[in-house]
Design a protein around this ligand. Structure first.
Ligand code: FES
Length: 115
């Protein structure tokens, strides 16, 4: 078992930039993003009422996350640029087994290239 803290990687909306950051266990992805000055608002502070914490999870990782509950799915229906692996960052809680998780920030453009 490694003693170094887990890390996750955020990708810019076009995938051109990547930032690997420390991800303390028990903290939500939304909080980690904000703590590291990522472009994420988290307006409702994790109450599943805003969807401004939308992230697109790397397909290799999406199956390893706890599946989204209906309330989260309902919020995701409201986001721009919804993808098959879209999640709310505030609902992904960091755990040791998520070390290496990679997610893409969606950006706020309506003209994102489709996957
Ligand atoms: S911070 Fe508002 S839904 Fe996640």
């Amino acid at each position: 078992m490694s003693s170094s803290p887990p890390h996750i990687t955020f990708l810019s909306p076009n995938g051109g930039e990547r930032w690997e950051v420390e991800a303390p266990i028990g903290i939500s992805l939304m909080e980690i993003a904000i703590a590291n000055n990522m472009d994420m608002e988290g307006a409702c502070e994790g109450n599943m009422a805003c969807a401004t914490c939308h992230v697109i999870v790397d397909p290799d990782w999406s199956g390893k996350l706890t599946p989204a509950e209906e309330e989260e799915e309902d919020m995701l229906d409201l986001v721009f640029g919804l993808r098959r692996t879209s999640r709310l960052g505030c609902q992904i809680i960091m755990a040791a087994e998520l070390d290496g998780l990679t997610v893409r920030l969606p950006g706020d453009s309506r003209n994102l290239p489709s996957d």
